[in-house]
Ligand binder design. Structure first.
Ligand code: MCA
Ligand code: AMP
Length: 507
């Protein structure tokens, strides 16, 4: 009888007085203290009536307690459902309703705004702040530090992570114990993580990157994390000397490179820098090596699959590629129209199969069948090419998606929102190059005949209802959208037209 994820990631650390979390203020949480806190959370969840398989929706700041809540969910068999802290009440209402969450945990500062969301879904609302206080923290403080781990099967859900969709409606990716554990095992081995490692953790923990790649890998290896609330350049530079490894999105690395203090002396002791979630420009890879002598290790993954491919730890880390499939994971490049496998060298849609591939989209059997084939291959929607040496490169996207600073933005969602506003005839949302975020959002609007668009009002509506990272950084008005003979909007033309709007003026 077992609980695969808890038994591998957490249970082995019971009784270890070793440091697990180093905090920005210099305090440390030991493995034992963390496990006791996790058990308290598990007891609290049970006392609130959360049963195995129930979804626990969390919209809280990153903190050691938030990580203990994740561990408590795993231990008690609940399904952890983390939500981007930038989401607005309007966005959160969908996730709480769609998941039929049994419990909703939010920051105390937003309790008043979210009470109606919780009430509408007859879902109890509890609070937990970034400093570890709140109604849930009070309840947790009264719990026992022992908990009888709930038995789970490898195919049971451990987490539900929502990813936006090309149709505008977010889909909950169902991730099982097997998915998460197999991926952590592959990465620990592939990246040589050990109990000696200290990972500089500045990522959010509501996404796969910060939660599963960074935290699960460290937990499985038995190492420690410098657990920072967010990426803040000064704090990261201060803490780098105590780290052995760092994981980040490309924006982390370009921001570090923009600071002259980030040099060979500061990084000489580091074992590895890992990048993912968005394309790392070959130029950034080269600048990084020239400055530090480290070659960034780039890997590629998705919420639905966790990590699929990685450049080698030993061997050539090739700039502009995402390396080789991880052990037990198969990848193939397919013709987007026929689905036939293409020979190496050709560009097509990347498909992935392995123990990492999710169980399907929550209560969306048709969507699941479209993207997860009966033979187990998942259609990523990314355009890829495999070279003669087997290195995979992501060369584009078959899906209409913008990645800004590592966050995914689906144009369709913003277009639907804009189209519903007063005076808007139609809209097109595109991603264009941005020096800090890699890509950023431009919205192009067409007014209804006779209407004048009130841009400040439009911007206020976007601000009220859409998470900040999704908001167009630039809104343009055209008399008509460019279309082809079939009537399809020519986004390429728009991208071309606006591609330099965020570039520094030359010269
Ligand atoms: C914040 N803002 C952004 C972004 N982040 N705008 C566009 N893109 C962003 N990524 C906006 C806020 O809305 C706010 O706007 C203003 O910037 C300042 O907010 P702040 O939080 O202070 O920003 P920041 O600290 O500079 O954040 C940038 C960041 C952060 C550090 C790059 O976005 C980040 O940590 N990104 C990591 C994302 C990540 O973990 N992705 C993994 C996804 P305003 O002033 O207008 O209000 S998992 C995944 O993709 C797969 C599985 C994989 O392969 O890993
Ligand atoms: P998400 O939906 O947040 O899981 O984002 C997954 C998407 O991020 C993938 O489908 C890719 O488009 C993109 N992605 C992740 N890692 C990389 C990478 N190393 N290079 C290029 N794109 C990446």
């Amino acid at each position: 009888m077992s609980n695969p994820l808890f038994d591998a990631l957490f249970a082995p650390h019971a009784g270890r007085d070793t440091a697990f979390l180093h905090h920005a203020d210099g305090q440390t949480t030991t493995h034992t203290a963390f496990l006791e806190e996790a058990a308290r959370y598990a007891n609290a969840l049970v006392s609130l009536g959360v049963a195995p398989g129930d979804r626990v929706a969390v919209h809280i700041q990153k903190s050691p307690q938030a990580l203990a809540l994740y561990a408590g969910c795993v231990q008690s068999g609940a399904v952890f459902l983390p939500l981007n802290t930038a989401y607005t009440p309007a966005e959160l209402a969908y996730f709480v309703a769609d998941s039929e969450a049994a419990l909703f945990v939010c920051d105390p500062a937003e309790e008043a705004d979210l009470t109606s969301v919780a009430t509408a879904n007859t879902c109890p609302l509890w609070t937990l702040a970034g400093d570890g206080t709140g109604t849930l923290a009070d309840l947790v403080g009264r719990q026992d530090t022992q908990f009888d781990t709930v038995v789970r099967d490898a195919d049971d859900l451990a987490a539900l992570l929502y990813t936006s969709g090309t149709t505008g409606r977010s889909k909950g990716a169902m991730l099982t114990h097997r998915n998460l554990l197999s991926n952590a095992q592959a990465l620990v081995r592939g990246w040589h993580f050990t109990a000696e490692d200290v990972l500089l953790h500045a990522l959010p923990i509501f996404h796969s990157h910060g939660l599963f790649v960074a935290s699960n890998v460290t937990l499985l290896a038995g190492g420690a994390m410098i657990f920072l609330p967010k990426f803040d350049l000064e704090t990261v530079l201060d803490h780098l000397p105590k780290a052995t490894a760092m994981m980040g999105v490309p924006t982390f690395y370009t921001r570090l490179l923009d600071d002259p203090r980030f040099d060979r002396d500061l990084t000489g002791h580091m074992r590895v820098f890992i990048s993912g979630s968005a394309p790392l420009l070959a130029e950034t890879h080269e600048r990084f090596e020239a400055r530090t002598r480290h070659r960034i290790l780039e890997r590629y993954g998705m919420t639905e699959t966790s990590m699929n491919t990685s450049n080698p730890y030993e061997g050539e880390r090739r700039a502009g590629t995402v390396g080789f499939p991880l052990p037990e994971i198969e990848v193939k490049v397919c013709d987007p129209d026929t689905g036939a496998t293409l020979p190496n060298g050709e560009i097509g849609v990347l498909e992935v199969r392995g123990p990492n591939v999710f169980k399907g989209y929550w209560r969306m059997p048709e969507k699941t069948a479209q993207e997860l084939h009966a033979d187990g291959f998942f259609v990523t929607g990314d355009l890829a090419q495999i070279d003669a040496d087997g290195y995979v490169s992501i060369v584009g996207r078959g899906k209409d998606l913008i990645i800004s600073g590592g966050f995914n933005i689906y144009p369709k969602e913003i277009e639907l929102f804009l189209d519903a506003l007063d005076g808007v005839q139609e809209s097109a949302v595109i991603g264009v190059p941005h020096p800090d975020f890699g890509e950023s959002v431009v919205a192009v609007l067409v007014a209804q005949s006779g209407a004048t668009l009130d841009l400040p009002r439009i911007e206020a509506a976007l601000k009220r209802d859409l998470a900040g990272f999704k908001r167009p950084r630039r809104v343009e008005i055209l008399s008509a959208l460019p279309r082809n003979s079939m009537g399809k909007v020519q986004k390429n033309q728009l991208r071309e037209r606006y591609q330099r709007v965020f570039q520094p003026v030359d010269g």
